[in-house]
Design a protein around this ligand. Structure first.
Ligand code: PLP
Length: 259
């Protein structure tokens, strides 16, 4: 810690290689979620833990599933799609949580149960068309850029209300709420405002028109900052390294220019 690489306590993430080790990592994350919820006067059951399995090979994912993970988040569509086929024998609910190009919408429409990074009409349109063709619907979160960093995907807060209004015309997209990535900083005082901003936006939208946001859930918080996110109202935390172990690939692989 003490550098700019983010809140992630990298050296503390132990790589689980057995079902027992996965159970232990999950139990520790569960303990921290429960503690954060209690501090915030919230119920543990209000917070969904979404394990994030990006870069993890199927051998280890299978162990995590055996340890109780039934829904998994993946950042990249191709990787997620490949894994969904490799593990078609398991009953995994796949959530795509990373940026999507409209030409990959058809893949998402095929296998994903949820898409958390919706930030452009072009993608919404492509998804809706594909979903209609497949005769299904998709839970989506609208991603907002709460850190005003160019390197982060997500729409600027001031465009949110208009965007949500436009989404109404896409019947197959079931809006669940908002998603964000906080600034990468080890300084909590810079991270917390990102979460506060997302909650404030959710509240504003609800006031303007409660129908725009469905249940109005907030997906925010990762291994390094999920406790702060829960204190600020997160309904879903996306946790990778604290469950699966440290990733070899730097975050810049997922968020251009992140570090
Ligand atoms: C990788 C990823 C996470 C999880 O990050 P960890 O540091 O592994 O907990 C959360 N959200 C998104 C969008 C991600 O790509």
């Amino acid at each position: 810690m003490g550098d700019d690489s983010g809140l992630s306590h990298d050296e503390q993430y132990s790589t689980a290689t057995t079902v027992e080790e996965f159970r232990a990592n999950i139990a520790e994350v569960e303990r921290r979620i429960a503690a954060a919820a209690e501090r915030a006067g919230r119920e543990r059951t209000e917070v969904e833990l979404l394990p994030v399995s990006k870069t993890v090979p199927q051998e280890r994912i299978r162990l995590a599933v055996a340890a109780g993970c039934a829904k998994l988040g993946e950042n990249k569509v191709q990787e997620a799609h490949r894994k969904s086929e490799e593990m078609a024998d398991l009953d995994i609910n796949w959530a795509v949580i990373g940026h999507l190009q409209s030409n990959k919408a058809k893949d998402v429409a095929k296998f994903a149960g949820e898409f958390q990074a919706l930030d452009r009409l072009k993608v919404a349109r492509a998804l809706d068309r594909r979903l209609q063709a497949e005769g299904r619907s998709l839970d989506v979160y609208v991603q907002v850029n709460t850190s005003s960093e160019d390197s982060k995907f997500g729409m600027p807060p001031e465009e949110l209300l208009g965007f949500l209004g436009e989404l109404r015309s896409f019947d197959s997209l079931k809006v669940q709420g908002l998603m964000t990535l906080a600034i990468f900083s080890s300084d909590i005082d810079r991270v917390r405002p990102c979460f506060e901003l997302l909650r404030g936006l959710r509240d504003q939208v609800r006031e303007a028109d409660p129908d725009l946001l469905g249940p109005g859930r907030l997906s925010m918080g990762m291994s390094g900052d999920f406790e702060v996110a829960i204190e600020e109202g997160a309904d879903c935390v996306r946790v990778g390294q604290a469950i699966f172990g440290r990733r070899a690939l730097p975050d810049s692989h997922y968020w251009p220019e992140a570090d």
